[in-house]
Write a protein that binds this ligand. Structure first.
Ligand code: NAD
Length: 416
């Protein structure tokens, strides 16, 4: 693979999907089917801007495969969204659902835009426009969106309202990650971070490292990264570095996380308020017990993987490590907990939210957390067991665990 291909998240995903299906004994037809999403919709969304002009945005919705059940996955608002990224993200969602044994296939959406430069009203019109554009292929029993990078519970509320208007009945189960008053689940906002915490506990146990005073480095201070920093800090670990898109903060004795949480904005920016101590690149190479990439793709590459000094890497972000870097880290004995396992807390609690919406009966936070704990641990044990017994790296083990149910469902339905 050349450098360009190594950073192609779709190509990397397809390579590992193919390896996983081959190891599981499936043939080329199954590989052909599951390497690509079954459906990709590209939409144009005209939005009236506050200055009276109209801007046309491009959006996508990708549905990987619905043999197991409706597809499920977030909508990302980001200037760097591409068709291939959305396709890869939908395949990763299938793998997360497969590992957690949820009754879903994977879906994902994205809109090329920069919410940081848009007003509240412009964002509302864009969110509603996106739902109108994809409404034919989504729905509580078809494809269920959720938040992702730079989308939040307010955006989910607008999207749910728009869908309910189109269908002419209240449809809370159309989307997850909603505000509590609109049928959101307790524990959803913190779910991804809670899941990562469970993975950190499991990984440190395997490595024989105590959590108390363990040195934690987190790249990204948004939904996933900031709650993770909070939970790690509360559990007695030392969060020695955090970062956002603008740079990183480092203190070898531990940062004042509560102070930083208080000051971060809704897009996860905080470092611009302080003199930066290090860069994002330097942060990744800090000596630590646990490194958590919780920002964007392709951060750990073959260039910096040899220099990483973490005992454990837990991928809260989707796709932060390239395949070559995965190989380097595995060879160096770094325990890597791959994204499709480590960041599945969000979709697991989204599933709980959908179940609660369907039942019209709502759980308390403890019940959500307890159930999340059980499912994440079971996923970890399953993946780790495949890693050990089949002698494959953790990423391939996670893909094998994640794709098996879908392939079986495809076969039972007689599609292949
Ligand atoms: P977010 O938008 O809330 O925060 C993203 C953070 O990353 C911000 O602090 C931002 O400043 C930082 N960032 C952006 N570009 C960066 C760069 N080039 N270098 C360093 N930092 C950068 O997003 P989030 O919801 O926390 O998601 C973060 C990652 O976790 C994404 O990969 C997302 O797909 C994944 N994830 C999120 C959830 C969820 O429930 N939020 C679930 C599963 C996976």
């Amino acid at each position: 693979m050349n450098k360009h291909e190594a950073n192609d998240v779709l190509l990397s995903t397809q390579i590992v999907i193919e390896q996983a299906l081959m190891r599981l004994g499936y043939d080329q037809t199954m590989i052909e089917l599951l390497k690509e999403p079954m459906r990709l919709l590209t939409v144009r969304i005209p939005v009236r801007m506050d200055d009276g002009s109209t801007k046309v945005f491009t959006g996508y919705r990708s549905q990987h495969n619905d043999a197991v059940g409706p597809t499920k996955g977030g909508v990302r608002f980001h200037p760097a969204v591409t068709e291939n990224e959305v396709k890869a993200l939908s395949i990763w969602m299938s793998l997360k659902c497969g590992i957690a044994d949820l009754p879903y296939g994977g879906g994902k959406g994205g809109v090329i835009c920069d919410p940081r430069t848009m007003s509240f009203l412009e964002l509302e019109r864009l969110s509603r426009g996106y739902v109108r554009a994809v409404s034919q292929i989504v729905g509580p029993n078809k494809d269920i969106p959720a938040p992702d990078v730079m989308t939040n519970s307010q955006i989910m509320a607008w999207m749910m309202d728009e869908y309910s208007r189109i269908r002419e009945f209240d449809s809370p189960g159309f989307i997850t990650g909603k505000p509590l008053v609109l049928g959101g689940s307790k524990g959803r906002e913190t779910a991804t971070a809670r899941g990562v915490v469970i993975m950190i506990h499991e990984a440190l146990r395997l490595k024989g490292i105590a959590l108390e005073n363990a040195r934690i480095v987190i790249q990204g201070f948004g939904n996933a990264g900031s709650y993770l920093a909070k939970f790690m800090h509360e559990s007695g670990a030392r969060v020695i570095a955090i970062s956002d898109v603008n740079g990183a903060l480092y203190n070898k004795d531990g940062l004042d996380i509560e102070y930083l949480l208080d000051r971060r904005d809704s897009f996860g920016n905080v470092t611009n308020l302080f003199p930066k101590t290090i860069t994002n690149a330097e942060l990744l190479e800090l000596e630590c017990d646990v490194l958590v990439p919780a920002a964007i793709e392709n951060q750990i590459t073959e260039q910096n993987a040899p220099n990483l000094r973490a005992a454990v890497v837990v991928e809260a972000a989707n796709g932060p490590t390239t395949l070559e870097a995965t190989r380097i880290l595995t060879d160096r004995g770094v325990l890597l907990i791959p994204d499709v396992l480590a960041s599945s807390g969000g979709v697991i609690v989204s599933y709980f939210e959908w179940v609660q919406n369907n039942q019209g009966y709502y759980w308390d936070e403890q019940e959500v957390d307890d159930k999340l704990q059980i499912m994440m641990k079971r996923g970890f044990e399953h993946v780790y067991d495949i890693h050990r017994t089949r002698k494959v790296d953790m990423r391939l083990a996670a893909y094998m665990a994640g794709v098996r149910k879908m392939a079986e469902a495809v076969r039972f339905r007689g599609w292949v």
